[in-house]
Design a protein around this ligand. Structure first.
Ligand code: 2BA
Length: 108
């Protein structure tokens, strides 16, 4: 069994959870915050049998879209303690996906 951890944009979450659920998959949705933009995103926990992992990734790829975001932060830390202090565009990916082995799974 695997645990798929998918960090997605809030705009895609409802559609993604619906599609995953329609596939008979179990999903837990967590509200999360990106460390760089410091704005809300969504983390999904999806426990699946190994043979369904590609199906999960496939659904995520179909639903989640990369977007250009204009950050509202007045200053954003960059390398070596420097800052930029004006709005700028950044591309946020469709999803960041981690796939982990699960040692044991119990539903009690
Ligand atoms: P944030 O940390 O808010 O990052 C939003 C976007 O800002 C990122 O999009 C990326 O384009 C840019 N970004 C992030 N850190 C950067 C840095 N140190 N320098 C320059 N640009 C940077 P994505 O890469 O698509 O990431 C979207 C969200 O996924 C992230 O939100 C974070 O919540 C999560 N994430 C991405 N990679 C991760 C990782 N390796 N570990 C944990 N969470 C991750």
């Amino acid at each position: 069994m695997k645990l798929v951890i998918a960090i997605t944009q809030d705009e895609d979450t409802a559609n993604l959870v619906t599609k995953l659920t329609e596939e008979g998959l179990r999903v837990t949705k967590l509200a999360s915050t990106g460390g760089f933009l410091k704005s809300g995103n969504t983390t999904l926990l999806i426990g699946v049998d190994d043979e369904k992992v590609e199906k999960v990734v496939d659904v995520i790829e179909k639903v989640c879209k990369a977007r250009d975001v204009t950050t509202a932060a007045p200053s954003v830390p960059m390398i070596e303690d420097s800052y930029i202090s004006y709005p700028y565009n950044i591309k946020v990916g469709g999803a960041t996906v981690f796939i982990l082995d699960v040692d044991r799974y119990e539903r009690i």
